[in-house]
Design a protein around this ligand. Structure first.
Ligand SMILES: Cc1cc2nc3c(=O)[nH]c(=O)nc-3n(C[C@H](O)[C@H](O)[C@H](O)COP(=O)(O)OP(=O)(O)OC[C@H]3O[C@@H](n4cnc5c(N)ncnc54)[C@H](O)[C@@H]3O)c2cc1C
Length: 402
């Protein structure tokens, strides 16, 4: 029997599987997809996530795959640059870094696969759990095969089936937006420095940066009205992006107007499970606490969940199996305070954007007045930096101890 079965080979499931396999724990990792090349995967990592990567011994892997540090953040309101913040934001700190997630996951899989106690079941979804005496003791795959387990770990993302089948509820926070994602060819303006641009004009808003594999990535905020009308499917996106942009950026979109494909809709779910566990089963990562894309937190939290879970699980799994269920609440108790704080800060960032969106005079003030009053500009810039520092470092000390 496999001691641990992990469902979902995203950042949470794969890194936890690797940590357990390296420490001699028998692990089966089940992934619904056949490969990691899905249309969209987030790729921005904050210093807290980079530190987790270092602790897991994966820094060399990152060096070998497409990655690039961000050089700066710039805010553009009503076609005017408001302020810029260079990376890294703290002296001696690490810059936020874009890491191509598919090769990263492939590399972690290669490392885990070195261990004979690791098994990867790809291209097969889990469709149900196996119960015995009110405890989960395995999973049922889509091809009806069963895998027995002493512990099932659901790392199957925001629409987690493990969560559903274990009757663990998700308390979702109302989300007023989804993201429309575009990938475009790069152009020379973006090559010298990699700047993450946040652009706001009227009620339009988008983020733009040069991704780790050299393509421009644009994430357009699709508010509830637009989502429901489905009008986004008919928009002339080249013109719409250009209209919200300053002249130099509008020219980039106009040049590429023919190449701007229909965008990819990424639904945003944010929430937290009141309980991350039931007898025989534990949820981690987005399955336990789906994260908003704002300020790139989800992968960082995923990696930090994996480290804390390994700290608790390895000693119990290496010695005896008694007491597994008793340590699951301790994993939640250690991780939950950080998740609560990070989600609170993400909400505060979204609220700032909503305020600007809903009050045109504020946008006018920011774009026409503030750039002419350096002291005010400096204050606004500093208040933004102060909010980011906690989002970058995380809230708790996470150290791999096993
Ligand atoms: C638009 C958008 C942009 C984002 N950008 C960033 C970013 O730049 N940086 C950042 O840190 N975070 C970002 N995030 C958040 C981040 O993507 C998630 O928080 C993170 O991927 C969570 O990792 P995970 O391993 O828990 O889940 P996932 O990455 O969702 O992985 C879950 C895995 O489980 C598999 N799976 C699902 N169901 C089953 C099943 N029944 N059986 C078997 N396998 C299954 C899936 O195929 C998948 O591989 C973004 C999110 C969104 C929506």
């Amino acid at each position: 029997m496999n001691q641990v079965v992990i469902i979902g080979a995203g950042p949470t499931g794969l890194t936890l599987a690797m940590l357990l396999a390296q420490r001699g724990i028998p692990v089966a990792l089940v992934e619904a997809s056949r490969n990691f090349r899905r249309t969209f995967r987030g790729e921005a990592l904050m210093p807290s996530g980079l530190e987790a990567i270092e602790q897991m011994g994966l820094t060399d892997l990152v060096a070998q795959i497409p990655h690039c540090p961000l050089d700066a953040w710039e805010f553009i309101v009503e076609q005017r640059a408001i302020f810029r913040v260079d990376e890294p934001m703290e002296p001696g700190g690490q810059p936020c870094t874009l890491i191509s997630q598919s090769p990263f996951l492939e590399g972690v899989l290669a490392e885990a696969s070195k261990y004979p106690n690791f098994e990867f079941v790809a291209g097969t979804a889990v469709r149900d759990l196996v119960w015995q005496d009110d405890r989960v003791v395995g999973v049922i795959l889509s091809d009806d095969r069963q895998i027995g387990a002493d512990l099932v770990i659901g790392t199957d993302g925001r629409n987690s089936i493990v969560r559903d089948k274990a009757n663990l509820t998700l308390a979702t926070a109302a989300q007023s937006y989804d993201i429309l994602w575009f990938k475009l060819a790069s152009s020379p303006q973006f090559e010298a420095e990699n700047i993450f641009y946040s652009v706001l004009a009227g009620d339009a808003g988008f983020g733009l940066f040069l991704g780790s594999e050299g393509q421009l990535q644009v994430g357009w905020t699709l508010h509830q009205e637009g989502r429901e009308s489905k009008q986004w499917q008919q928009e002339d996106w080249g013109a719409k992006l250009a209209a919200a942009s300053p002249e130099w950026l509008a020219a980039v979109f106009q040049q590429q107007a023919d190449a701007i494909d229909r965008p990819f809709l990424l639904s945003v779910t944010v929430g937290r499970c009141p309980s991350w566990h039931a007898p025989g089963v534990l949820l981690l990562g987005d399955a336990a606490h789906p994260m908003s894309p704002i300020r790139a937190q989800g992968i960082n939290m995923a990696l930090r969940d994996a480290i804390v879970a390994a700290n608790y699980l390895v000693p119990v799994l290496q010695q005896s199996l008694t007491g597994i269920d008793a340590i699951l609440p301790q994993i939640q108790a250690e991780r939950e305070p950080e998740i609560i704080e990070i989600q609170r800060l993400q909400r505060a960032e979204i609220a700032q954007g909503e305020l600007l969106r809903n009050y045109p005079p504020l946008r006018y003030l920011l774009s026409r007045v503030v750039p002419h009053i350096p002291l005010l500009q400096q204050r606004i810039r500093q208040s933004w930096i102060d909010r980011q520092l906690q989002l970058r470092r995380g809230f708790t000390q996470v150290t791999l101890k096993v």
